[in-house]
Design a protein around this ligand. Structure first.
Ligand code: SF4
Length: 213
């Protein structure tokens, strides 16, 4: 029997993050996470008492098709905790969807299909999870994959810059710096990026500005 997906929600909204920000997107939010970030903005994904749905891959795909949208993001929680995430990615790619996978960087990307756009967090010190990143994941990244640093303060920023100095990325992999919502003013982070000559893209969580899910 094929494994089922444990789902918090499937919904249609605007993509708020990554280089796809602003596009309509169908989101599949999966339940469960192996980390406990200090600033977690989806604590329900780690709540064992929350209401979830269990669905097979074909059932999830049929819900996704109903939104008639070519862009799909699989997120969590941590989607790679669930064995059915990879078959879901495979099937969506085979059906011609553009698939984004948002992952916290702590689990191996080796089995993620190459055609899936991987948006991978490197947890900074303010998350209290900064030891969680798997360095071997860097070898799995190629354009248009994206590496993301969520920054709460100057210490996080300096830590992220040092990480990038020590671990050069393949050409064309996007680097995203995102301020922790309501903790760091985006203009401040923009100033740090410019002052330090960091070739990264500032991203602001558009869905939060617009108060979308
Ligand atoms: S990885 Fe994401 S879902 Fe998991 S604890 Fe951190 S912020 Fe929350």
């Amino acid at each position: 029997m094929q494994p089922e997906l444990v789902i918090l929600d499937i919904f249609y909204s605007l993509q708020g993050e990554s280089t796809y920000a602003g596009y309509p997107c169908t989101f599949v939010r999966l339940h469960g996470c192996n980390l406990a970030c200090h600033y977690c903005d989806t604590p329900e994904s780690r709540d064992p008492g929350v209401t979830v749905r269990r669905r097979s891959v074909p059932e999830v795909i049929s819900e996704i098709r109903a939104h008639v949208c070519p862009l799909v993001e699989i997120t969590g929680g941590e989607p790679l905790l669930q064995p059915a995430t990879i078959p879901l990615c495979d099937q969506l790619v085979a059906e011609g969807f553009t698939v984004l996978l948002e992952t916290n960087g702590s689990l191996s990307l080796a089995n993620v299909p190459v055609d899936v756009v991987k948006i991978v967090d490197v947890k900074t010190p303010s998350s209290r999870m900064q030891e969680s990143f798997r360095l071997d994941n860097l070898t799995c990244l190629r354009p248009p994959d994206q590496l993301k640093f969520v920054v709460a303060d100057a210490h996080d920023f300096r830590w992220a810059c040092r990480f990038l100095e020590q671990h050069p990325l393949s050409d064309g992999v996007e680097i995203l710096f995102s301020p922790v919502y309501s903790r760091l003013a985006p203009a401040k982070l923009a100033g740090w990026l410019l002052d330090n000559g960091i070739r990264a893209r500032l991203q602001i969580q558009l869905h939060k500005l617009l108060r979308l899910p």
